[in-house]
Ligand binder design. Structure first.
Ligand code: HEC
Length: 153
């Protein structure tokens, strides 16, 4: 008992020193800082960036890519018999045998074996568009659309 009291006294003498007066403001600062961080973090979870976790839409996400980059060559009587114009592209792609490549243009649920994605990725085959591949964000959007079931949505 006496020994324990001595230890306690020792501790008390030590703590109210300079280190103690710095300690609590530090804890306060830390709490404010961490609190501030989580305040900043919350809206990110609430406001999702467009297309975040939502399923990709063929009509609003994919077709515009074709309109802007492909239909100059893949319009009426397009190259490789591929017509990517609005309203025709889906039936030209999904489950359709490729003519200038081996395999299906779009294999439902499997971007990697889909000729369309292989061409957009452009690593092992002639890339599309031929002038140079589109940004990775566009490639992965198409991959996501295929892997989500290549819906006509
Ligand atoms: C400058 C003209 C040009 C543009 C632009 C172009 N292509 Fe092509 N595409 C071709 C030609 C020529 C072929 C056939 C020769 C070959 O297979 O490389 C072809 C073939 C393809 C094939 C293979 C089809 C099959 O049945 O074998 C796919 C898929 C394709 N293009 C997709 C696209 C997509 C998607 C875009 C737009 C992002 C695009 N192309 C833009 C000229 C073009």
């Amino acid at each position: 008992m006496i020994r324990a009291g001595k230890v306690f006294k020792k501790g008390k003498k030590y703590l109210p020193g300079n280190s103690n007066s710095i300690f609590w403001p530090c804890v306060l600062l830390l709490v404010v800082f961490v609190g501030g961080c989580s305040d900043h973090g919350d809206p990110v979870g609430v406001i999702e960036p467009p297309g975040g976790n939502d399923p990709v839409s063929f009509s609003t996400d994919i077709q515009p890519v074709f309109d802007m980059n492909c239909i100059g060559c893949h319009g009426a009587g397009g190259n490789a018999g591929l017509d990517l114009r609005n309203g025709l592209s889906f039936n030209n792609l999904v489950g359709v045998e490729a003519t200038a490549s081996t395999g299906l243009r779009v294999v439902v649920g499997d971007a990697d074996t889909s000729v369309l994605y292989q061409r957009l990725f452009g690593a092992m085959v002639a890339p599309m568009p031929p002038s140079g591949v589109l940004p990775e964000s566009v490639q992965s959007l198409v991959a996501q659309w295929i892997n989500e079931g290549a819906l006509n949505n």
